[in-house]
Write a protein that binds this ligand. Structure first.
Ligand SMILES: Cc1cc2nc3c(=O)[nH]c(=O)nc-3n(C[C@H](O)[C@H](O)[C@H](O)COP(=O)(O)O)c2cc1C
Length: 270
């Protein structure tokens, strides 16, 4: 499927059939986890937990948004071996790449945040030798949708509120985006998932580069996973319009206005 359609149609799945995934599908998922770990970094790994019931029972009431844990037959954990920003960003990037593969296998999924769960509980539950798991993916067969009921969609903010020229807050015209062939990219990129659907990504076009920032109010709210996710989709969408570039992480030039702080994440050559 083309990435723009994929993004527009993708949705988090929170209701799963009470049924294990087929053994062959689990094998394909394990293979993809191994492949993306090798491609990514030795600083993170994907752990497939087949005994979903055990995980659900332990995290029910403490995992997920406000303790609302999602029940699924299996889970995948993102185990980060250090707290480095790069590790979290690229761990999330590759989780999202994995989600593309899961969707191709007709497997539904949803990110689950378990940042607030006590580390001792996590260690006992996941038996990792080292590292920390702040995110899980619930995975399984989605419950079939009722064709007579329109399923709710999560809202998205306007292109003009996420894309700027030269500086955050300085508008860029839709005509300029069109003339540079970037209008569709910025239209579709908004359908990427984000923590609490906050959509913190801000893009600043500077000459032949685009710079990515994440907006946040206080240090606790800065969610670097959202950066990795958007970087993955941006590269994929850019490729469809002939831009074969990768993000380069950059460290400084953070920014602040009256309302938000903006962490500079990286830049990509257009
Ligand atoms: C890093 C991250 C953590 C998330 N954590 C949770 C979670 O704990 N519980 C949940 O129900 N959804 C979680 N989500 C899913 C988002 O709420 C969802 O992607 C967003 O609301 C947009 O909806 P959509 O994916 O259906 O388009 C998370 C998403 C991301 C990217």
């Amino acid at each position: 499927m083309l990435m723009n359609n994929f993004l527009k149609n993708r949705k988090s799945i929170r209701n799963f059939k009470d049924k294990y995934l087929d053994i062959k599908i689990l094998r394909s998922i394990r293979e993809k986890c191994n492949e993306f770990e090798k491609e990514g970094s030795d600083k993170f790994e994907f752990l497939l937990f087949e005994d979903g019931e055990r995980i659900f029972e332990s995290l029910n009431g403490i995992g997920g948004y406000s303790g609302v844990m999602i029940r699924s037959p299996h889970y995948i954990g993102l185990n980060t071996k250090d707290n480095g920003e790069k590790t979290i960003i690229y761990g999330a990037y590759y989780i999202e790449k994995l989600i593309t593969e899961l969707t191709n296998l007709n497997v539904g999924c949803c990110w689950i945040s378990i940042k607030d769960v006590d580390e001792n509980i996590k260690e006992e539950l996941f038996h990792m030798k080292s590292g920390n798991i702040d995110y899980l993916l619930s995975i399984g067969y989605p419950i079939a949708k009722n064709p007579f009921i329109e399923s709710p969609t999560s809202s998205r903010i306007a292109v003009k509120d996420i894309v700027f020229k030269n500086e955050i807050g300085k508008p860029i015209s839709i005509e300029e985006l069109e003339s540079r062939g970037l209008d569709d990219l910025f239209y579709y990129i908004r359908f990427a998932p984000s923590f609490y659907n906050i959509q913190p990504w801000r893009f600043v076009l500077k000459g032949d580069r685009v710079v990515l920032f994440l907006s946040y109010l206080s240090d606790e709210e800065l969610n670097l996973a959202d950066a990795g996710i958007i970087m993955y989709y941006f590269e994929g969408l850019a490729k469809t319009i002939g831009i074969d570039s990768k993000w380069k992480l950059v460290e400084n030039h953070d920014y602040e206005d009256r309302e938000y702080k903006y962490k500079c994440i990286g830049e990509l050559k257009l």
